[in-house]
Design a protein around this ligand. Structure first.
Ligand code: PLP
Length: 385
């Protein structure tokens, strides 16, 4: 009944965890869900206001344009200029997406022929590997190891693989490890991409969730980056808009043309009222980002202290709303996650779900209020691990 490519797909991790949660809830366990990266905070009111107004305009009830509204793309370009010092041509170097996940997944179809190799970080957001498999490409795992601060060791990738590889996915600030990089790292990546003719797809949805003065660079802020790659970003995490499905991709105009061609055959663009809301978010006051970051910072500190006093090994992240903690000796990441669920009602994501190199870790997210995080910490302490 199904196409062969379906059988190569792993079950989507978060769907699996959902089933486990339901089971535990059915048993009457009070669940504290620290497993999913989905902001619990509301979208800023001025953005909600903008969608309401735009939804009333019949012009927005028709098919949107394929590239996205020019006004939205101009807002993206202006925002990147202000916040990341990256200059973009709104016409050719910005494409609206129905959430960045959509664009990431369709990129595999734009840039990979069957049998082509994509370098996929491990652990990683599961979509890079899933999309590569759907396009009948070959995902080649590039481990992100703790001793390298969760950056890829480019030298250690098999030379023959590097020679053949067409694409490389990257994501900093990183989900799930919370690793953050400096511009110098992207310089190395641009050289690597140039030397080996590899297209870079950088995924940057956590670019604004940064702490203590750390600023997450855009991949495109490095000289030569626009020749070799594109960057995905999203309003999902920056403005608490995961449910709205609005994101964008920027950079190399030829690459964007390829992705656009795939998209014109698959979807018909993002609802214009949602793009109008996106414009309000990007052009409006940005205090809402700072307010968000302050909330996550407080939660992060509570969870960090709590995990430490529960005896766990974890680093305080400079960015993202995740903590990537070591699993205690003697446990697999799945067994440890199950223990936390069954004995403490705390849901975390087992590292193995993000790839083999994620084994030995679990991911805690900061998307519940601080009282619940405190409660989760109390329960973990009682477990005496
Ligand atoms: C959340 C997330 C996305 C998805 O963002 P959308 O724009 O909501 O599709 C993409 N990449 C990573 C690494 C994420 O964590």
């Amino acid at each position: 009944m199904y196409a062969k490519r379906i059988s190569s797909l792993p079950p989507y991790l978060f769907a699996e965890i959902d089933a486990r949660k339901k089971e535990a809830k059915g048993k009457g366990i009070d669940i504290i869900d620290l497993s999913i990266g989905d902001p619990d905070l509301p979208t800023p009111p001025h953005v909600v206001e903008a969608v309401c107004n735009a939804a009333k305009d019949p012009l927005n009830h028709r098919y949107p344009s394929y590239d996205g509204m020019l006004a939205f793309r101009e807002a993206v370009a202006a925002w990147y200029n202000r916040r990341k010092r990256v200059h973009l041509d709104a016409e050719d170097e910005v494409l609206t997406l129905i959430g960045s996940k959509e664009g990431i997944a369709h990129s595999a179809f734009a840039f990979l022929d069957p049998g082509d190799i994509a370098l996929v970080p491990d652990p990683a957001y599961p979509v890079y590997k899933g999309a590569t498999l759907l396009a009948n490409g070959i995902p080649h795992s590039v481990p992100l190891r703790e001793e390298n601060e969760f950056m890829p060791d480019l030298e250690s990738i098999d030379k023959e693989v590097v020679r053949k590889a067409k694409l490389m996915f990257l994501n900093y600030p990183n989900n799930p490890t919370a690793a953050a990089v400096e511009k110098s790292f992207f310089k190395e990546i641009v050289d690597f991409a140039h030397d080996h003719d590899i297209t870079i797809l950088h995924d940057n949805p956590y670019s604004e969730l940064t702490f203590e003065g750390y600023e997450a660079p855009s991949f495109l802020s490095v000289e030569g980056a626009k020749d070799v790659g594109i960057e995905f970003n999203s309003l999902s995490k920056t403005y608490n808009m995961t449910g709205w499905r609005i994101g964008y991709v920027i950079g190399n105009s030829e690459l964007l043309k390829g992705l656009r061609l795939v998209k014109t055959n698959v979807d018909s663009g993002a609802f214009q009222a949602v793009q109008a809301a996106g414009i309000a978010a990007l052009n409006g006051h940005q205090d809402c980002i700072e307010a968000n970051v302050a909330i996550y910072r407080e939660r992060r500190d509570i969870l960090f202290d709590g995990l430490k006093s529960a005896g766990m090994e974890v680093k305080k992240p400079k960015a993202t709303f995740y903590l990537w903690a070591k699993v205690p000796p003697g446990f697999s990441s799945i067994r440890f996650s199950m223990l936390l669920l069954e004995r403490a009602g705390v849901v975390v994501t087992p590292g193995i779900g993000f790839g083999e190199a994620g084994e030995g870790f679990v991911r805690f997210s900061l998307c519940v209020n601080k009282e619940r995080i405190k409660e989760a910490c109390e329960r973990l302490k009682k477990l005496a691990i």
